[in-house]
Design a protein around this ligand. Structure first.
Ligand SMILES: [Zn+2]
Length: 395
């Protein structure tokens, strides 16, 4: 005679090998889903170890070793990384109706569209966010016509704080901040004024401003003066003019001071003007590490140096950050930037069960910056599966 418990524990290992749930006929399974045997990296729990993750009712039910197989569905994650669902705080996901489903396959269970549209067409991006399977929200571009090839606010009249305020007031549930793109080819000589207008719109609702830095007319310290706790600097690896380092490669004291007062520094990988390996190296050498890793994703990303969020995260493995520190940048840290992600970016018991399964492959890989420079690497992260609200996303 074997007891049910003995039977279950011996059945557990067998079931894992077969990648099949072991459920007694006529009895409900204890868990809806078990993600078994992966290397669970959850910086919010200070955890980096082989564990099982059990999910019930769309929430994390347990994270521990040897949970077994009493579940309606099982994902065999042996040899893979199991991390909280990824949060990408700088994307252009909402420019396309397909965007949310595409990034979901990359493990992204929360995204922010960073200023694709301004007040005139904000309804377009909000419609995509509204129908997104995962949490998606937008930053409103202070340029009322959104991203323009000739420069969003080259005509300063487009930096219309009143129009932005009206749009935010009507869409408080979907607009979570204001975007100000400040490069010379976007804002011309108006960068400081544009940022002032962005702050005027944001502060009325106590929302953050995200600035797109790099190659501005104004020196960065002058722009940083206008940033407060909770605001975000994206494209932190942008090369000069007006990068976060001086001519000798040292981090500017105003940049350190901004971080100290609570301004976030974000990667915003992108494709043009935002990332050059020598600048990345100088910054990373001083251990001025990003708070968040983001892609600046668009539907073109799979064919550029961006590819996907796991690929962008991989790049920093070459510059001294550990896998756990990099995972933090796309999970728990990102969850702190926008209140809607509270309780996300974590696998703590009771949290919504959003999970990314990644593969950390070793081999020979090449990473490209925004200037066609390539670096070789022996490691790269690949998306391998996504669980959203406790359910497997079918890829
Ligand atoms: Zn962008």
């Amino acid at each position: 005679m074997v007891s049910r418990r003995q039977f279950l524990s011996s059945a557990a290992s067998a079931a894992m090998v077969a990648r099949a749930p072991r459920v007694f006929a006529g009895q409900a399974a204890r868990y809806d889903l078990i993600i078994g045997g992966g290397r669970v990296i959850d910086p919010s729990l200070h955890l980096d170890a082989v564990r099982d993750v059990a999910i019930s009712g769309g929430r994390i039910a347990a994270v521990r070793a040897n949970i077994g197989s009493d579940a309606a569905d099982i994902i065999d994650a042996r040899g893979k990384l199991v991390v909280p669902g990824l949060i990408d705080i700088h994307t252009h996901t909402a420019r396309s109706a397909d965007g949310p489903a595409l990034v979901l396959r990359d493990g992204v269970t929360g995204w922010i569209d960073a200023g694709s549209q301004g007040a005139d067409h904000i309804a377009d991006t909000i419609a995509v966010a509204r129908s997104s399977p995962q949490q998606g929200r937008v930053l409103i571009n202070i340029g009322r016509a959104g991203i323009l090839p000739e420069g969003d606010t080259m005509d300063l009249a487009r930096a219309d704080a009143g129009a932005a305020r009206d749009a935010i007031a009507k869409n408080r549930d979907f607009i979570v901040g204001v975007k100000a793109r400040l490069s010379r080819d976007v804002a011309g000589s108006h960068d400081y004024e544009v940022l002032r207008h962005a702050q005027e719109a944001a502060k009325a609702f106590n929302l953050p401003v995200m600035i797109h830095m790099g190659q501005t007319m104004s020196p960065l310290p002058k722009l940083l003066e206008l940033l407060e706790r909770g605001d975000i600097v994206t494209h932190m690896f942008a090369p000069p003019p007006n990068s976060i380092i001086d001519d000798r490669g040292q981090i500017l004291p105003e940049v350190t001071a901004a971080r100290r007062r609570g301004v976030w520094f974000d990667v915003g990988n992108g494709v043009t003007g935002h990332m050059r390996w020598d600048v990345v190296e100088a910054i990373m050498k001083q251990k001025f590490w990003p708070d968040t890793v983001s892609t600046d994703w668009s539907t073109m990303s799979p064919t550029t140096g961006v590819i996907d969020l796991p690929n962008c995260m991989s790049k920093l493995l070459n510059y001294g950050m550990s896998a756990s520190q990099i995972v933090a940048c796309a999970t728990v840290n990102a969850s702190r930037v926008f209140p809607l992600f509270k309780n996300r970016g974590t696998l703590k018991v009771g949290a919504p069960a959003d999970v990314a399964i990644l593969e950390l492959r070793t081999g020979t890989f090449e990473f490209q910056d925004n200037y066609n420079n390539k670096i070789a690497s022996s490691q790269r992260l690949f998306p391998s599966g996504t669980v959203l609200a406790g359910k497997r996303v079918q890829g």
